[in-house]
Design a protein. Structure first.
Length: 308
């Protein structure tokens, strides 16, 4: 009797594990391409001495963009940064040298790089850095306005077909106003760091919302009463009090003329307001509810997002 029960338990455990392996799909892999600059922009910033300014902005953008995409919780990030890949190759060279025991669990295998399903590409198409000063002789102060304005284009490529599946162009602007005594110099370092950080965060927000979320919208993960948990992380730029529209997925649509797959129909079923933003997911309360449930997709409210 005991043997029969044990055999049955093992069988059920095996079935359970197999079911779990089927239910849990393998995450999509995504690579973040190096942010590039249009050649004409490179020439322009060099002629005005703004090339260091642009480099600082791009460095910050690459870090913020990586953090933002990780915060979506939708992708396995595949490293494509040249410095990081160099470190991996050095480790693999050490393994192949014979100094490392290849049989130990967890040891990297030579050439065992993970490929990416998609790659995010971003290019700077315009960059302008302005500084204006206005002195007031009566008060002995000078007002200094620093403004950085740039235009970006970003798109997602399907690496298996090289098809561009989502694209967007947006303008970003950051400015800082200081009032200084005539005897003081502009606090360039503090001002610059603040502007670079602001631009980097704005870029990440635009890429996530205008590119990534348009193609891969976050899902409702769970619901308890009027509390909804959504697949939105803090690094994506989401903030408490922000409104998101919720949609149910309908039948798959096709272009009647070309036969191109247009994806599933999206049916508006309600709206929620974020009440807590965590690193990998967020909680929200329902404002309008016409059947919000687990698996529904979420998109930033158009009126809310336009006001950002």
């Amino acid at each position: 009797m005991f043997k029969t029960l044990t055999t049955t338990a093992i069988f059920l455990a095996t079935i359970c594990c197999a079911a779990q392996s089927v239910v849990q799909p393998k995450p999509l892999t995504l690579a973040i391409g190096k942010i590039t600059v249009n050649p004409s922009v490179i020439d322009a910033v060099k002629s005005t001495g703004q090339d260091n300014s642009l480099s600082r902005v791009i460095e910050g953008m690459e870090v913020q963009l990586r953090d933002a995409i990780v915060s979506t919780g939708k992708f396995q990030i595949v490293e494509r940064n040249s410095n990081s890949l160099k470190s991996v190759q050095e480790e693999q060279a050490l393994i192949s040298s014979g100094l490392v025991d290849k049989t130990k669990p967890g040891t990297a295998q030579i050439g065992d790089f993970t490929g990416a399903n998609y790659i995010v590409v971003t290019q700077v198409t315009d960059y302008q850095d302005f500084t204006k000063k206005q002195s007031n002789e009566g008060t002995g102060t000078t007002v200094v306005l620093r403004k950085i304005r740039m235009e970006m284009s970003s798109w997602i490529l399907d690496t298996s077909t090289t098809e561009v599946i989502q694209t967007s162009t947006f303008q970003l602007e950051a400015k800082d106003l200081q009032q200084l005594r005539d005897s003081m110099e502009t606090s360039a370092g503090t001002t610059s760091d603040k502007l670079y950080s602001q631009l980097a965060k704005d870029l990440a927000r635009h890429v996530i919302r205008d590119i990534v979320y348009k193609r891969f919208p976050p899902r409702v993960l769970a619901r308890t009463g009027n509390v909804v948990t959504i697949q939105i992380g803090k690094g994506t730029g989401a903030v408490k009090g922000e409104k998101w529209d919720i949609f149910a997925l309908g039948k798959n649509l096709k272009d009647p003329d070309t036969g191109k797959d247009l994806g599933p129909e999206e049916i508006y079923i309600g709206q929620v307001e974020l009440t807590r933003v965590n690193p990998d997911k967020s909680q929200a309360r329902t404002i309008e509810d016409n059947g919000i449930e687990e698996g529904s997709i979420a998109r930033p409210s158009e009126t809310e997002d336009n006001g950002q």
